[in-house]
Design a protein around this ligand. Structure first.
Ligand code: ZN
Length: 320
């Protein structure tokens, strides 16, 4: 076998990939779990132009705690989306514990593949010849995630943090190493990487059944993954897709978004909306008038048992 580079050299090259040709002033963000009793996340910053410095600090921290790195360079000391101007890679978060490998479904194989320390769980990166803006990279990541059956949740966002290679996943005992499976820095244009993949249209934000109620109505603040499971009996998997209960659906088409604002949307039957819309379709009730009152009572009893109205006489099963 050929001699492997030292782990910190590979880590520094990985960080250099994320930093791209970021203009002066760009920063690499390191986030780590402070190993005190609160396990709070802390941040450290290094110039994007000096990835070796960031690599040294990451390896020091990695001996005793979980360490993450912002996938995109930040323009100031802030971990949020507003601090980001561009991305130098596309990425995806793939969880295939059954050993299937969907990478052949995309036209350009990811150059960099990192094993996250959990079996079947990998982070894929595609080096870009030219950077993409924040909305561009988020749309591109979403297109890749759908093609791969990968996680379509928050991990697509420009502010994503992921585990760098050479660190350890301390969720496991003993802590499992984050390892490099593939490391080919040849870059492609986004157009080449996404060539021929179906473009994913985000559904418009679901409109609450009663406008302006979301501030007051606790039902409109329940995470879609929770109410979808309660109403359909299907746990929402990591890729956030379930079989649509509104029609025969062999390939899971119903997407469950992380936030109540986007709710759920089925790309098979093109229906979607809020908790009320799903409960209404499953029960045959309307989202207006006395049907709405009935729906709200049933949903409160099912999902907010401590706060249920006393008029919920009709039992829990909303379906059928
Ligand atoms: Zn459907």
């Amino acid at each position: 076998m050929s001699r492997q580079p030292q782990p910190d050299a590979k880590l520094a090259r990985y960080l250099a990939l994320l930093a791209g040709r970021e203009p002066a002033g760009g920063l690499l963000e390191i986030r780590y779990r402070h190993p005190d009793r609160h396990q709070r996340m802390r941040q450290r910053w290094h110039p994007a132009a000096h990835p070796a410095r960031a690599a040294r600090e990451i390896l020091e921290l990695a001996g005793h705690t979980d360490v993450y790195v912002g996938v995109t360079p930040r323009r100031h000391r802030h971990g949020g989306r507003s601090a980001i101007h561009r991305a130098w890679v596309l990425w995806a978060d793939l969880d295939q514990p059954d050993g299937t490998d969907p990478i052949s479904r995309v036209p350009v194989a990811p150059g960099v593949v990192i094993s996250s320390g959990t079996p079947g769980h990998r982070h894929l990166y595609w080096p870009l010849t030219q950077p993409l803006s924040v909305p561009q990279v988020e749309r591109a990541n979403e297109t890749l995630a759908h093609a791969l059956g990968a996680d379509t949740g928050a991990v697509l966002g420009a502010a994503t943090i992921l585990r760098p290679p050479g660190t350890r996943n301390h969720k496991h005992t003993p802590a499992s190493p984050i390892t490099v499976e593939r490391f080919d820095l040849r870059a492609h244009t986004a157009k080449e990487i996404l060539h021929g993949l179906p473009v994913v249209q985000r559904p418009p934000a679901a409109r609450p059944a009663r406008p302006r109620d979301s501030a007051r109505d606790p039902l409109l603040n329940i995470a879609p993954a929770i109410y979808v499971q309660a109403l359909t009996g299907q746990a929402v998997p990591r890729d956030r897709k379930i079989s649509c209960p509104l029609h025969e659906d062999r390939t899971p088409s119903l997407h469950v978004y992380p936030d109540p604002e986007h709710g759920w949307h089925c790309y098979g039957c093109n229906q979607g909306g809020t908790i009320y819309d799903l409960a209404a379709k499953l029960s045959g009730l309307d989202t207006r008038g006395s049907d709405f009152t009935e729906l709200r009572a049933r949903l409160s009893k099912l999902l907010l048992p401590g706060q249920a109205a006393h008029n919920g006489q009709h039992g829990v099963p909303v379906r059928g």
